[in-house]
Design a protein around this ligand. Sequence first.
Ligand SMILES: Nc1ncnc2c1ncn2[C@@H]1O[C@H](COP(=O)(O)OP(=O)(O)OP(=O)(O)O)[C@@H](O)[C@H]1O
Length: 449
Amino acid sequence: MTDLSMLWEVGLPLAGTAGGLGYAKVRAPRVFWSLVGLPVATTRFAVTYRSTMDVCGLTVQPSRFRAFLVRNVARRADVQPVPPKVRRIRASMTGLRITLRLPAGLEPADVMAASERLRHAWGVHSVNVVTVKPGFVELRMTGYDVLRRVRMPRRIVSGPMSVPVALREDGTAFVRDYLKVPHALTLGANQSGKSMYQRNLIAGLACLPVALVGIDCKRGVEQRGYAPRLSALATTPEEADDLLDVLVGEMEERFDLLSAYGAGDIWALPDDVRPAPVVVLVDEVAELFLVATKKDEERRDRMVTQLIRLGQMARAAGIFLEVCGQRFGSDLGRGATALRAQLTGRVVHRVNDKQTAEMGVGDIAPDAVVTVLTIPPDRPGIAVAGDTSGGWSRIRTPQLTAAEAAAICAAHAHLTPDLPALTPYRPAAPVHVGVPAFAPLVKPSPVTP
Ligand SMILES: Nc1ncnc2c1ncn2[C@@H]1O[C@H](COP(=O)(O)OP(=O)(O)OP(=O)(O)O)[C@@H](O)[C@H]1O
């Protein structure tokens, strides 16, 4: 009887705690990680560090001086191989970050190659290896799948032209920094999460003092909601053609200004004369390439030439391209690959075929092609982001509805810079704002060129 009541008194709370932890592991992985995962992983790391590095081939023979000290000062006969020195351990709500000083003979690529083995050895969800400075690498471990339910980190490095758009799988923010990577291409099949990515980007850009120019030849269905914050919007190939001419004209005027001040780019100009940076958002780029008649073909060639010119030169003038589409290859037409080469930032969501994955990341990070092809269809929003540095990572955007993005744009309408060249292309506000969803939609008034 006593045994039974003991079992009841001890067993019940234990079962409750185990059940609670099991629930937390699935429903609140951050809490589970902080309470259980972190102490376990830290202890495992501390206890097994040397042996793990040894079996993973991440140790080197000690220097002769060190071997001499071990034998003659420490009086030990066996001279052990040396692992990288642990310089810093930082815990976070998503994982652990460990800075290692590499001994002579090891390079970051050795640690990167062993990341999968380290992940299994320490029982964490992922291990990403990042070079922080010559001779130092950071092991970024995550305790759970942070891309399952995206929560952006609280502290994010900011800059005059940087927008945190998504979460990387190592728990850090993926920041779109236009000063580092001026032009970018976003690719993805239907329902892969391109619009969600664009929404997060526009919502971030809306809060910066930049001019936003939309080119959405699907009659503006994606971008008209952002009208209050757009300096210009083109919703047909004809309007896009005019608008691109205006943007190239604006770029040339800015070059005259730079030349007058002897400045290399607009950031080197005095504050009072610096023109506002412009981000050109092209939605569904294939629409610009479609041709039905000879006249369309001429217009297409002109538009592509203007886009290539912007891609080649507009960075210094503070004009940046953000192009989005389902595919972007030579099959679109003349100039497509030349334009793609200018768009060095790449974000590739799930695609339908290997060829599209290669179009997206094959030229900048060939080893990322396989990762693009393994993005599961039931995980929209997951993408591979890379740039010409060869570095890439899996990312996922936080969820943001079109209404929320539109509300952010409306709230920041006062930040829309006054660019006289673009004034004739300012879009009319969408008619459905503030109107119940069941109200019949009135055709919006056309953009006055
Ligand atoms: N990061 C994300 N997290 C969760 N759900 C997402 C994410 N991104 C997209 N989705 C969901 O996936 C679906 C498709 O997303 P989205 O409209 O952005 O795709 P798309 O590539 O623009 O599609 P289409 O080309 O057909 O317009 C939507 O229901 C959206 O809510």
